[in-house]
Design a protein around this ligand. Structure first.
Ligand code: 13P
Length: 348
């Protein structure tokens, strides 16, 4: 067997392990800026030690590995340890959770005064990946942000093309380093647009992303797609039902995502915790016979209740961990359509 085939097997196996029911991914890769905003909501100072304490709380939750296949880390966290002095990536591996890493470096305006953004991080990526690979990280994430403002012709084809190109170049480089790239084009749910608009834009974005991945010769069996759900904008008066979200999202994916992709791991994007779980559950109910694993890679929709229970206080750790476990378990149930809304009250 040639080396290329060996690598393909390895990438496909990691991608499947990460997205296979009953597990999904915990996104804990908030940049320092983002985690600071989250800590502000609970009046906790965002310093290095508090960020370490919070991540330790998350990762040491008992039985997390029953529901969580992988955790996406931020660079700072990779270099931090548990109270016992074990580096977080090693600790996660020791409990059967695959550690991954965000490798984009954030988004900048497409043009000087543009509202639209393109994600950066290709410069020096190979050097960073070499280091991450030696630190036991097995998968990566890159998030492209697509704003929606129809009255101003946003998103422009230009910004979609730029982001699709960066995502595909990133994916190609990451696979060269034998790690699985999570390809995350996020059509934002901020705004008053309706679900049809979200469908049209998400379709166009996914089409362009897969064209770009093809051009870069990315091995589709060794990636995970992390898309937004097709959903009404937050400020849209007519909020689509759970069934509509499921139907429109599956339609959009069926039309645009090649069957070679092992898994779709959704982001939660600002949905309520319960809706993010209900939507995932409904899609798994409606998607019998589809080829991909359909799972989650949630940040806020897993962490929110945990963070608000913690409040920076050690005496709340147990309660906060239970909240994380609860959302992890419910989303795990949703990966095989076994969740029901009554389960919300039966845990804890
Ligand atoms: P949310 O689930 O909070 O959208 O975060 C997922 C993520 O990793 C965004 O890049």
């Amino acid at each position: 067997m040639t080396k290329i085939n060996m690598n393909k097997e390895k990438l496909n196996s990691i991608a499947n392990t990460l997205s296979n029911s009953p597990k999904g991914i915990l996104a804990a890769d908030e940049s320092t800026n983002t985690i600071t905003k989250r800590f502000d909501t609970i009046n906790v100072e965002s310093n290095n030690e508090n960020r370490r304490r919070y991540r330790e709380l998350l990762f040491t939750s008992e039985n997390l590995n029953k529901y969580i296949s992988g955790v996406i880390l931020y660079d700072e966290t990779v270099h931090q340890t548990t109270t016992d002095g074990v580096y977080f990536p090693q600790y996660l591996k020791s409990i059967g959770i695959i550690p991954g890493i965000k490798v984009d470096t954030g988004a900048v305006p497409v043009e000087k005064k543009s509202f639209e953004k393109v994600t950066e991080g290709l410069d020096g990526l190979q050097k960073r990946l070499e280091k991450y690979y030696s630190q036991n990280l097995e998968f990566t994430k890159w998030r492209a942000i697509i704003d929606v403002d129809k009255s101003n012709d946003i998103p422009s084809e230009y910004s979609i093309d730029l982001n699709a190109h960066s995502l595909s170049r990133y994916a190609k480089i990451v696979q060269d380093y034998e790690m699985v790239p999570i390809v995350e084009p996020e059509v934002l749910m901020d705004g008053a647009h309706d679900i049809v608009t979200c469908y049209e834009i998400t379709s166009n974005v996914l089409k362009k992303v897969f064209e770009a991945l093809d051009k870069q010769n990315v091995y589709l069996g060794g990636i995970l797609l992390k898309p937004n759900m097709v959903i009404s904008g937050k400020k849209c008066e007519q909020q689509a039902s759970v069934e509509e979200v499921s139907t429109m999202t599956l339609k959009c994916l069926n039309e645009n995502v090649p069957k070679e992709v092992p898994g779709i791991v959704f982001l939660s994007g600002g949905q309520s915790n319960e809706l993010a779980t209900q939507h995932l559950n409904q899609m798994n109910k409606d998607s019998e016979g589809t080829q991909w694993n359909i799972s989650f890679s949630y940040g806020r929709a897993l962490q929110q209740p945990c963070l608000s229970s913690w409040m920076g206080n050690d005496s709340n750790i147990e309660k906060a961990q239970k909240e994380l476990l609860k959302r992890s378990k419910l989303n795990s149930e949703a990966t095989s359509a076994k969740y029901s809304i009554e389960d919300e009250n039966s845990l804890l």
